[in-house]
Ligand binder design. Structure first.
Ligand SMILES: Cc1cc2nc3c(=O)[nH]c(=O)nc-3n(C[C@H](O)[C@H](O)[C@H](O)COP(=O)(O)OP(=O)(O)OC[C@H]3O[C@@H](n4cnc5c(N)ncnc54)[C@H](O)[C@@H]3O)c2cc1C
Ligand code: SF4
Length: 327
């Protein structure tokens, strides 16, 4: 690990100002940053520790929704009775992520900013080519082992999947992310790789995630996060789906639905065509199965990840049918 300077930020303003220095990086729970520094991917010159900044770890709800501070711990948010009752997809996405030890250290802001688990990205000693780590160097994954890579939203520069669970639920529930001076939708926060895979979010230098706001709604209240992975704990998603569902008074017709995929795309993947196909329809198994196939419209396999194109629609189907009371 390269030597770096360490600064403990005294306030939000102090943190953002310090982060303007070249080579500066924020440290929250440290569970991603230190990992990446140890494997030589992150080489901060200055680490700005924000973990002691006051006022950023609260969870506060009112009639409009809930605001979660960027320094709230994953475990605290997952276990919050209000989040479990009114935003179950969010609570589930967090409790199914990582391990209890990690969740007790890791923060909401850090979770959103975690980097891909692409093994080529994380092993600079063995693989030179990685456009995300070293722009213009190529992509070692293309033509390599791609079991965990994305099938949606890829480019010829990068096929790495976004690994986080929380962001998938946040996009489904129309959450917004506060960056101090400005606020953006969770959906717009994440960028497709295109020609610049090194740029993963719209964050500018010196900008920090300060909070997440999730509006209360019937789809948020009746939501779920279904995560399929190689083993039942401590594993990233092979494919996941955050689904929110509101039925009409007849308990059959779909009034509003949200479907967002995780584990299969370069960013949380909003499956609008599934939503469009189901809105106004009577919910039944065949209709949901047919619509769920639209979730992987345009998917491209890189070989080892072909199974995700089969798996993702099934995950979507199961999540919708569960929320509709048909499973
Ligand atoms: C073995 C393992 C398994 C895991 N499994 C899962 C999983 O299944 N699902 C899942 O979702 N996650 C998983 N994770 C990722 C884990 O959830 C993240 O490491 C954690 O959420 C990061 O939070 P942190 O506070 O420790 O971030 P840090 O490590 O402190 O920071 C992470 C990144 O975010 C930046 N950052 C931190 N806070 C802010 C902020 N407020 N504003 C702007 N930038 C900020 C940092 O500069 C750094 O680049 C796993 C991690 C490990 C090590
Ligand atoms: S898929 Fe992306 S992160 Fe992985 S090696 Fe290629 S450029 Fe790097």
């Amino acid at each position: 690990m390269k030597d770096f300077d360490y600064i403990r930020a005294a306030s939000l303003e102090d943190a953002c100002q310090r982060a303007m220095q070249s080579g500066a990086m924020f440290l929250a729970g440290g569970t991603t940053l230190l990992d990446l520094a140890k494997c030589g991917v992150a080489e901060p010159e200055v680490v700005v520790d924000i973990s002691h900044v006051a006022g950023l770890s609260q969870i506060s709800a009112d009639g409009n929704g809930v605001t979660i501070g960027a320094l709230a711990r994953m475990e605290d948010v997952a276990g919050s009775p209000g989040i479990k009752a009114d935003y179950p997809a969010v609570a589930q996405s967090l409790s199914l992520a990582a391990s209890p030890q990690l969740r007790n250290m890791a923060t909401i802001g850090g979770n959103l900013l975690q980097r891909t688990r692409c093994p080529y990205f994380r092993d600079p000693g063995t693989f030179d080519a990685c456009n995300k780590r070293n722009p213009g160097s190529g992509c070692a994954a293309i033509g390599g082992v791609t079991r965990n890579h994305a099938v949606l939203g890829t480019s010829s520069a990068c096929i790495a999947s976004y690994p986080g669970d929380l962001a998938v639920a946040l996009v489904a529930l129309d959450a917004t992310i506060s960056l101090g001076e400005r606020t953006v939708s969770a959906e717009d926060f994440f960028l497709l790789p295109g020609d610049t895979p090194e740029r993963e979010t719209i964050l500018e230098r010196g900008e920090m995630v300060t909070a997440v706001f999730i509006p209360s709604s019937p789809v948020a209240k009746n939501s779920t996060y279904l995560k399929i992975r190689d083993r039942q704990s401590y594993e990233f998603a092979a494919a996941s789906a955050a689904v929110g569902l509101e039925l009409e008074a007849d308990r059959r017709t779909i009034k509003d639905i949200r479907v967002v995929l995780g584990g299969v795309a370069t960013k949380p993947w909003h499956a609008r065509s599934v939503e469009k196909a189901l809105t106004g329809k009577a919910i039944d198994i065949a209709t949901v199965e047919t619509a769920s196939r639209l979730a992987v419209e345009g998917a491209v396999s890189s070989g080892g990840n072909q199974y995700k194109i089969e798996l993702a629609p099934r995950v979507v189907t199961r999540a919708i049918l569960t929320m509709g009371g048909l499973l």
